[in-house]
Structures are given as structure tokens and as C-alpha cells.
Design a protein. Structure first.
Length: 366
């Protein structure tokens, strides 16, 4: 654990902010582009060989580049998926998952240490929210994985531990930083941001020209069922959420995907599929509008504390087939890293259990 409380978080800065910081040190602003590029390649100050030793020493004294450290690493023998347990400078840990696809490498990153949303089926929310991640800690997961694998990452999904829109300002800054041409240069159309349905933040996001794909964690089509597994629904019900999705699409023109976790006996019957199709059609379609609907079906990851069980293969197929009959396009998500338990939150949970620290700030939205 490192005490960096008095130092400037340089990796969270834009090139212009780095330039202003350098100017405050009496250094020329043009050095900012060089330093920004080095940081985004995962170099520490000693590795920034095209700036003077004097400036490197000043930067070490005044600033910090917080790249997470690899605390644990699991590699799938089936498909090469890598699950990372990353250590942060304050001793907390988060998870990321590196996945290889034919179209390029994808990383799933965390947005918070823990989660305040309280979704009943999710390992990430056990123990509540500890704190939100800085832009540098969001960015650092991508940098650390690229450095460890030696491979370029071309796609990012913000579907790890935490609720990205609960960490709204830092998430937005990260999205701008990661797309900077002098940095990682990952285009916004290659980034998906997941949310459990913070309607006010979806509306804020719709006003920004970010170009990302929004993913809605829906998981139930009626308020009673959704509220029983997702406390956020008690604040913004299904109809309010779908209204926000329609406004987002109208403002941005960007497709929205809907995530639906299948829980045996809870939300996985053909009748549930028909309710889902009806809710999506009535909530999203308008006579003068075209709204492309796609649903990702995800059998729940079993966590001991929740008691929820995965839907069987037959139930999953029946659900998907019924959606198809109702005119809804659906895909059953391919499960990568099944031999390393690559689902979100479980590696951190296991470490907390081992350390006896399964706790945290029980902060919830509602």
C-alpha cells in the first residue's frame, strides 16, 4: 500500500490538464503530450526517457501514475480468457476480465470497489460500496491488462464490479481519456457502458456526444419481480426506465442492448418471455420511430449467498425461442472462462472471505 494522498493523480488528467500542471512547475507545456503518451503505455516516470532526469525526479516528488498491480491472475485452459484481481494503491482490490474474440480483444472493467445497488443475484454488491474509482483506476485496468498480455485491447465493456453511472463524472472522464489519439485511442463505438437503470444519469448521458453503446440490465419485465431482485426499480420502475431508453435513442441514434439474467423459477418461463417482449414493444415503439431491440440472455452465475440457481439449457432455449416468436431478437451470451469462474465479483468475494473482510460501507441507492 502506497501513501499518495499528497500527490497529483496524473493519469486522471487530460493532455490540457497535464500541460497546466507542468506549467505550474515551470516546465514547457509541450512535454504534456510526451508524458501523456508514456503514461498510457504503462510507463513509470523512470521509463520516460525523452524527458530530462530533473523533470522525472520532480514528477516522482509531485505526482503519481497509479497503474493497478496484478494480485491474482487466472487463465482459462478452454479459451484463454484471463481474470485479473487488481490491487489498488489503498489496498482495495477490483476485478477485470480479458477476453479474446475473432474481432479483437475485449476487457470488462470495474467502475467501483464494491457496489451500492444491491441486486440480489450479484456477487459484486455483497458488502456494499467501499468507494468509487478514479478515472486513472478505470484507465489503469486497461493499461495493466495490455502490459501484462502484450496485446492490444480494442473493445471495452463497463460491466464489472460497480454501477458506472453511480460513478458518473469519473466514468465520463474515463471515456474521453481512453479515446484520446495520444493515448490508448479506443473509439467510443467500441465501448459499452452497462447500467441497472439510473434514469437521471441516462438522461444526462444522452446529452453528451460520446457515441458509446448503452446496455440496460433489465432482468425482469414487471415491477414486482424486478423490484424483488433489483432495489433500483423501487425508485425508477420499468416503464420509466424504458421511457429513458427511448429518449436516449432519439437523442443519440445509438443502439441499446438489454441484458436479461435468467434465474431458475424466478424469471425464466415462456410467460416471462412474453411479458418481456410486450414490455419492450409497448415501452419503446412509437408509430413514427424505429427502435432496434436486442436482448442478451445470461444464465445467472450461482453465488452461495443468493441461493439463486442457473436456468437449465432447455429453459434458456424455450425462453429465447419464445422471444423470437414474439419478434424480439435475442442472443444467449457465450460463456467465456467457465473453468476459472470468470463472472463478475466472485474473485474479489473469495479474497474478502479469506481475509475476513467481507463488509464495507452499506451504501444503497434506495
Amino acid at each position: 500500500m502506497t501513501d499518495n494522498t499528497e500527490k497529483v493523480d496524473l493519469l486522471s488528467m487530460t493532455p490540457d490538464e497535464v500541460a497546466e500542471f507542468l506549467s505550474s512547475l515551470g516546465e514547457p507545456k509541450y512535454r504534456a503530450k510526451q508524458i501523456f503518451g508514456w503514461m498510457h503505455r504503462g510507463e513509470d516516470f523512470d521509463g520516460m526517457t525523452n524527458i530530462s532526469k530533473k523533470l522525472r525526479e520532480t514528477l516522482k516528488e509531485k505526482a503519481v501514475v497509479n497503474i493497478p498491480t496484478v494480485e491474482e491472475k487466472l487463465v482459462s485452459k478452454i479459451d484463454g480468457t484471463i481474470k485479473y484481481l487488481f490491487g489498488l494503491s489503498d489496498g482495495n482490490v477490483i476485478e477485470s476480465v480479458f477476453m479474446r474474440y475473432k474481432h479483437g480483444n475485449t476487457i470488462c472493467i470495474s467502475s467501483e470497489v464494491g457496489c451500492p445497488m444491491g441486486c440480489k443475484f450479484c456477487a459484486s454488491t455483497i458488502g456494499g460500496l467501499v468507494r468509487r474509482l478514479a478515472p486513472s483506476e478505470l484507465l489503469g485496468q486497461v493499461i495493466a491488462a495490455e502490459k501484462d498480455t502484450g496485446e492490444r485491447i480494442s473493445n471495452i465493456v463497463m460491466m464489472g464490479i460497480g454501477e458506472p453511472l453511480d460513478n458518473y463524472d469519473n466514468t465520463v472522464k474515463f471515456l474521453r481519456l481512453v479515446g484520446d489519439p495520444d493515448g490508448l485511442n479506443i473509439g467510443s463505438r467500441h465501448i459499452s457502458v452497462s447500467t441497472c437503470g439510473l434514469v437521471d444519469k441516462i438522461d444526462e448521458l444522452s446529452k453528451l456526444d460520446l457515441g458509446i453503446t448503452l446496455s440496460i440490465s433489465l432482468h425482469a419485465a414487471d415491477d414486482e419481480t424486478r423490484s424483488s431482485i433489483m432495489p433500483v426499480n423501487k425508485r425508477w420502475g420499468v416503464s420509466e426506465l424504458l421511457d429513458a431508453c427511448r429518449r436516449y435513442f432519439a437523442a443519440t441514434g445509438r443502439r441499446i442492448s438489454f441484458e436479461y439474467t435468467l434465474i431458475s423459477g424466478k424469471n425464466d418461463s415462456p410467460e416471462d418471455a412474453r411479458h418481456l417482449a410486450s414490455a419492450l414493444k409497448h415501452g419503446l415503439y412509437r408509430k413514427s420511430e424505429s427502435f432496434p431491440i436486442h436482448v442478451n440472455l445470461i444464465p445467472v452465475n450461482e453465488v452461495a449467498e443468493t441461493g439463486f440457481k442457473r436456468s437449465g439449457a432447455d429453459a434458456v432455449k424455450r425462453f429465447a425461442d419464445e422471444l423470437g416468436r414474439q419478434g424480439i431478437n435475442a442472443t444467449v451470451r457465450r460463456r467465456l472462462g467457465s473453468d476459472i469462474n470468470a463472472s463478475c465479483g466472485q474473485l474479489r468475494r473469495n479474497k474478502m472471505l479469506a481475509d475476513g473482510s467481507l463488509g464495507g460501507i452499506q451504501e444503497t441507492l434506495v
